[in-house]
Design a protein around this ligand. Structure first.
Ligand SMILES: C[S@@+](CC[C@H](N)C(=O)[O-])C[C@H]1O[C@@H](n2cnc3c(N)ncnc32)[C@H](O)[C@@H]1O
Length: 278
């Protein structure tokens, strides 16, 4: 039974999807810059949720959201229907091969949320570079990944993530729809402003444009002015530095390894910004 692992024997959760821009490599840098105290935790671009899963034990109440509706369905299924999800992932694992991958990839949207979550996790674990990308019609279009032993049905981690998500508010929405209150903490990890035109910045239908970056900076400043602690990540470009320094935010440059990139030449450490309004 999936529910029988005693809590004290459980492993610490790590993101159940590998996401472009995942923050696992700089969690230490982010942690070192948290506000000393805060009430609720908000993450409106949650993606793989690396910072949330690293911090979950010290959070009072958390609110996670993302504009990617399938991803938020997966969070909700991990939270509420973990045993059915593990069963479904085991079925995928048992049938996994190149042809099966393309059959699952071609499947249309399903009304069954457990099927939606299992498909997303299965494709994420087995696709090329483990990177989520949809085409202009919103279809997942990444080729097969040729991994020897992909961890498709990672029961211990699904269980640990499910526990971490107990009591957490989950929502599929645009970042500007969240309503943090005074004393809360918001961490924003938006699609990054591109360093060059080949940078990977497409996560959902429609790009996150410079206009969206300006909208986010305005939202961050208004939120900070309501005495909410706001921290953001972004790439270290002149455009982003100006957006936030002119609004009075503090900027720190940190080095982050870049793992998700289709060209090997684009891998390696890059500078990025941690931006704070406190
Ligand atoms: C850089 S990723 C987040 C990475 C994440 N912090 C992690 O550790 O894996 C950016 C996320 O923003 C989401 N997103 C893009 N546009 C958005 C919008 N307008 N509002 C909310 N989320 C958005 C994408 O679906 C994607 O999951």
């Amino acid at each position: 039974m999936a529910g029988t692992i005693p809590r004290e024997l459980e492993q610490d959760p790590v993101p159940f999807v590998k996401w472009a821009g995942g923050k696992r490599s700089i969690v230490g840098e982010l942690r070192a810059r948290l506000p000393e105290q805060f009430n609720d935790y908000w993450e409106p671009f949650v993606g793989g949720g690396a910072l949330f899963f690293a911090l979950h034990k010290q959070l009072r109440r958390a609110h996670l959201s993302d504009s990617n509706a399938e991803l938020m369905t997966a969070y909700s299924v991990v939270q509420r229907r973990r045993e059915e999800l593990i069963e479904r992932l085991r079925e995928h694992a048992g049938r996994h091969c190149k042809d099966y991958y393309y059959t699952v990839r071609a499947q249309q949207e399903s009304a069954d949320e457990v099927a939606v979550a299992a498909r997303l996790i299965y494709l994420n674990r087995t696709c090329y570079n483990g990177l989520y990308r949809v085409n202009s019609r919103g279809e997942f279009n990444v080729p097969f990944g040729k991994y020897k032993n992909p961890a498709i049905a990672d029961k211990a981690n699904v269980m640990a993530c499910s526990r971490a998500l107990e009591g957490v508010e989950l929502r599929a929405c645009e970042f500007s729809e969240i309503k943090p209150r005074r004393g809360d903490f918001v961490y924003c990890d938006p699609p990054y402003h591109p360093l060059n035109s080949s940078s990977f910045t497409t996560y959902t239908r429609g790009n996150f444009t410079e206009e969206d970056q300006v909208r986010l900076a305005g939202f961050a400043a208004r939120t900070r002015n309501r005495r909410v602690c706001v921290m953001l990540s972004n790439s270290n470009t002149a455009f982003i530095r100006e957006l936030y320094s002119e609004r009075g935010f503090k900027l720190d440059v940190v080095l982050a390894p870049r793992l998700v990139n289709s060209r090997a030449a684009g891998r390696g450490a890059v500078e990025e910004l941690i931006i704070r309004g406190y």
